[in-house]
Write a protein that binds this ligand. Structure first.
Ligand code: SF4
Length: 360
């Protein structure tokens, strides 16, 4: 167990208290914050604007990096997938997705996940633990440094999506803290409107997010047009059924400001939730709640031992056409990095399951 303080993910105020304890002047907090987040340095030795004796003393009580990259896979389409581990040996996965206009990083908010969505490999791990704000920020630092070079500015800016392992709204405080640090003036220059957080439907947190002015974009994973089906696919629905969820969504939609995005995600599972009737039920459901958010149709990434296959391309097109005929905007998301198991949740689960399977 690492008892050092992880300085990544501390606010400037918290760093202020830390440097004061070390008998250092207050301006060191800004220098260290800038070195860690803006210049993305992952060792104190590289922080040559700090006095040498401080650089040597810092590692005695603190650390500038806690995650280690275990494996890195590069897909044929340029998607990069990182399997990292925490100081206490838990898997964390992060994916870099190059895009035409702006690159995207998909990060994890938890190691494993306590929710039991039946189409998700991460669910099979259960919750290992929630990540700290520092561990969330560090995933982004590692991926940016690996992709562009240490401290180099991403040429086209970066979008973040919280769609990796875990339910972000069950780690709300750490998530929001990580986003504040990334958006801070000497932080990573990634502001909340460049971030989209996807939830399985933790209703109280949707309401809490609605009250925050500087907030990330919201995506809701729906996966089913009826409670009966959603109870099966996403058991969290038994706690917050569709009516409650969509009521909170409609309230959230009322608070949207220009430029903010709010979307529904619908994973397409062959023969399960992808019929013409399901499309009509989904459109009617959204229209009944007076929701105008667009629906992203997501191709399922098949993986053992999940019992689902992706819907055929023409089925997805037909589903989209039905939604649109009923006034619901729908888009089909292109699958990325399939050859490296780039569906969020798949890699850590694979490694963890292999590890478990190989235990005597
Ligand atoms: S889909 Fe998301 S919320 Fe559901 S089990 Fe997987 S990681 Fe958790």
């Amino acid at each position: 167990m690492n008892s050092s303080v992880n300085l990544v993910g501390l606010s400037e105020e918290e760093l202020g208290a830390f440097v004061e304890q070390m008998g250092q002047p207050a301006y060191r907090a800004r220098q260290i914050f800038d070195a860690l987040h803006h210049r993305r340095l992952q060792s104190f030795a590289e922080m040559t604007d700090l006095p040498k004796d401080l650089r040597e003393r810092l590692p005695e009580t603190a650390t500038a990096a806690t995650l280690t990259v275990e494996s890195r896979y590069v897909s044929e389409d340029g998607t990069r997938r990182f399997l990292m581990k925490t100081h206490d040996n838990l898997p964390v996965e992060t994916v870099f997705i190059p895009e035409e206009r702006r690159d995207t990083i998909c990060f994890s908010s938890q190691s494993g996940c306590p929710l039991q969505c039946t189409f998700c490999l991460t669910a099979q791990l259960g919750l290992l633990r929630s990540l700290t704000a520092g561990e969330i920020v560090e995933q982004i630092i590692i991926v940016l440094n690996d992709t562009y070079g240490v401290g180099a500015k991403p040429p086209r800016g970066t979008n973040l999506v919280g769609m990796g392992a875990g339910e972000p709204f069950l780690n709300f405080d750490s998530l929001m803290k990580a986003l504040r640090i990334m958006a801070a003036p000497h932080g990573l220059f990634i502001v909340p409107h460049r971030v989209t957080v996807s939830t399985a439907g933790i209703v109280p947190r949707i309401r809490e997010l609605a009250a925050i002015s500087d907030r990330p974009n919201l995506a809701i994973s729906l996966a089913a047009p009826t409670n009966e089906m959603r109870d099966e696919l996403m058991p969290i629905n038994r706690k917050w059924p569709l009516e409650k969820l969509l009521e909170a969504c409609a309230e959230f939609e009322q608070t949207l400001k220009p430029g903010e995005r709010f979307t529904f995600e619908y994973v397409m599972l062959a023969g399960v939730n992808d019929s013409d009737e399901h499309a009509r039920q989904l459109a009617n459901l959204l229209n009944r709640h007076n929701l105008h958010a667009k629906v992203n149709l997501i191709p399922h990434n098949p993986a053992d031992p999940l019992p689902y296959q992706p819907s055929a391309a023409d089925r997805v097109e037909r589903f989209k056409a039905i939604l649109e005929s009923k006034g619901v905007h729908a888009f089909i998301r292109r699958p990325r990095g399939r050859d490296i198991f780039a569906a969020c949740g798949q890699l850590a689960a694979r490694r963890e399951m292999n590890t478990l399977a190989n235990r005597p």
